[in-house]
Design a protein around this ligand. Structure first.
Ligand code: 13P
Length: 251
């Protein structure tokens, strides 16, 4: 089994104007430069308007850039959408698909998410495919079944350990300050790993991230859970010290 380097990914969501985004990206790049060799990978996913300037700022620094969503088509009459090849053109190597905010706010079904991930793969991007149950589903004892069904519907044929990352983000833990416990995370991540081993060639090498109220104070415990291969961080990715603290505490 190949080693899975931890991936610490910042999802800036709909936050940041040009000056803020450039300063944040430059601050993260500085931290990485000052640290020298590190044992984790860093990724930042700015809003679409900031992908070009942020990519320019971190170019050559070892900080990867990702989009927060993409359209399944390469080009065409899709007002407001961004294609995977446009993300590549702007400097991205990753794209998040199926984030719960898109599943909920934009009613995105699994089949659309699978199509987006397949398009991302075709363009050469690594797709971060997000899954996670709501509070009502967890309280009804359905967390495992919901995640299994999302994995089955959202991971396209052609997925590999090189082009796919899975992020487990329980909806009730996102932006609430209430993270899942290491025991909750261990149970779901083990089930995701077992599923990926069956579903994807090299499934034991696919990185599985945890997301939902990750901060410096809980990152060490969460990142120590078996089959947790990094974090997808929202709020705490908007400050250099908080984001860097999370990355540093997982090693
Ligand atoms: P928070 O870290 O703000 O809870 O957000 C998590 C998330 O949705 C990352 O994609």
């Amino acid at each position: 089994m190949g080693e899975r380097r931890k991936l610490i990914a910042g999802n800036w969501k709909m936050n940041g104007l040009h000056a803020d985004g450039v300063a944040l990206a430059a601050g993260i790049a500085e931290k990485l430069k000052a640290a020298g060799v590190v044992s984790f990978d860093l990724l930042i996913c700015p809003p679409a308007t900031l992908i070009w300037p942020v990519s320019a700022v971190v170019k050559g620094c070892g900080v990867a850039v990702g989009g927060q969503d993409c359209h399944p088509k390469t080009s065409g009459a899709h007002t407001g959408d961004i294609s995977p090849s446009m993300l590549v053109d702007a400097g991205c190597s990753y794209v998040i698909v199926g984030h719960s905010e898109r599943r909920q706010d934009h009613k995105e079904p699994d089949a659309l998410i699978a199509a987006k991930a397949a398009a991302a793969h075709a363009a050469g991007l690594t797709a971060i495919i997000c899954v996670g149950e709501t509070l009502a589903q967890r309280e009804a004892g359905q967390a495992g079944a919901v995640v299994a069904s999302q994995l089955s519907g959202s991971i396209p044929a052609g997925s590999t350990a090189a082009n796919t990352v899975v992020a487990y983000e329980p909806v009730w833990a996102i932006g609430t300050g209430r993270n899942a416990t290491p025991a909750d995370v261990a149970e779901i991540h083990a089930a995701i790993r077992a599923d990926l081993i069956k579903r994807i060639p090299g499934g034991s090498c696919v990185r599985i991230l945890y997301g939902g109220s990750v901060k410096q104070s809980n990152a060490g415990d969460l990142m120590a859970v078996p089959d947790v291969d990094g974090a997808l961080v929202g709020g705490a990715s908007l400050k250099v010290d908080d984001f860097w603290g999370i990355a540093a505490s997982c090693c």
